[in-house]
Write a protein that binds this ligand. Structure first.
Ligand code: PBG
Length: 320
């Protein structure tokens, strides 16, 4: 007798009954850029905008109507300086966006990205001295930014800077300011990746000199991901993250098997733009490729999916 695993594929009904993993709307997190100025398109990310505060309510209306339950905010300030002061200005662009969002949609989960690169004149993720980022000097600034976003109403802060010790510093500052219930989603495993190219256009955050290889991870390394994640968990991270997504699914699998904290994966700007460009040329079926990609991230062990496709994916899930 021939063994027949094919029988489980015989009809759509049986395939749906037997399938192992699926994407759910509640997995999706939508990254959004908020600009102190007018709404602008982003040339390298068709379909994604930098929203002004005036246009944010309409955008949020669409996002929530699609069924997306969480957003991740990046602020683009009018004024940048050496220490990224707008990142921890209680009246800064991202703080105002958080307040507005919580007034309009109290149930929507607001995650504030915590980093200095969108706010510094040199575009690096920390305080610079002698042409290099000074880890320990940067920590208090990140903590101030996190507290400022928590004050504005953020449910979760997400440090993406990759300084050592920042999770402990942020946790301590949040607790001291009575924000014990604000979570930390740590970009634990963040590789120095060329896939962030379009984001740096979007956030106007390309470094003015050098690169980010002294603080982001070397993509030739796997074990380093375990060290970074363990440290973040020990320091108090509630949610851990791997970034980028598709080229790093081996890392997603390893981290999901070794650690019990909920795992997020960031399907980054370059990954979005590649699919978008091919789709616009009619070379691939956009919906099918996106759903296959997001499902692969879940299969590898991720729970939360941070993706610029979140609202579209939520609509497509409705149709499936
Ligand atoms: C800020 C930050 C970056 C991304 C998220 N937070 C850029 C970078 O590190 O250069 C990239 C996200 C994307 O490419 O979509 N440090």
């Amino acid at each position: 007798m021939i063994k027949r695993p094919r029988r489980l594929r015989v009809s759509k009904q049986i395939r749906d009954l037997a399938h192992e993993v699926s994407v759910d709307k509640s997995d999706l997190i939508y990254p959004m850029f908020i600009i102190d100025g007018k709404t602008e398109d982003i040339a390298s990310m068709p379909g994604i905008k930098r929203y002004s505060l005036d246009d944010l309510p309409k955008a949020l209306n669409e996002v929530t109507a699609a069924g997306v339950k969480a957003v991740l905010y990046f602020g683009i300030p009018k004024r940048k300086d050496e220490t990224g002061s707008e990142a921890y200005n209680d009246d800064g662009i991202v703080q105002r966006a958080i307040r507005l969002t919580k007034e309009l949609y109290p149930e929507l989960i607001v995650i504030a990205d915590i980093c200095l690169c969108e706010y510094t004149s040199h575009g690096h993720c920390g305080i610079v001295g002698h042409e290099c980022v000074v880890n320990d000097k940067t920590l208090p600034f990140l903590a101030k930014a996190a507290v400022s976003c928590a004050k504005a109403g953020a449910d979760i802060v997400a440090p993406s800077d990759m300084m050592d010790g920042r999770v402990a510093e942020i946790r301590d500052a949040l607790d001291k300011n009575s924000f014990e219930n604000v979570l930390i989603m740590a970009y634990s495993v963040k590789y120095a990746s060329a896939f962030y190219g379009p984001f740096r256009d979007a956030a106007d955050s390309a470094p003015a000199f050098g690169d980010r290889k002294s603080y982001q991870m070397d993509f030739r390394n796997r074990k380093e991901a375990l060290i970074e994640t363990q440290l973040d968990i020990d320091e108090g991270a509630d949610i851990i993250m791997v970034k980028p997504a598709l080229p790093y699914l081996d890392i997603v699998k390893t981290i999901s098997e070794k650690f019990s904290a909920p795992l997020a994966v960031y399907h980054v700007s370059g990954e979005y733009s590649m699919i978008k460009a091919a789709a616009q040329n009619g070379w691939i079926n956009e919906k099918a490729v996106v759903m296959e990609s997001l499902t692969a991230m879940k299969r590898a062990g991720a729970k939360m999916l941070i993706t610029y496709y979140a609202p579209e994916a939520a609509k497509w899930l409705e149709e499936m």
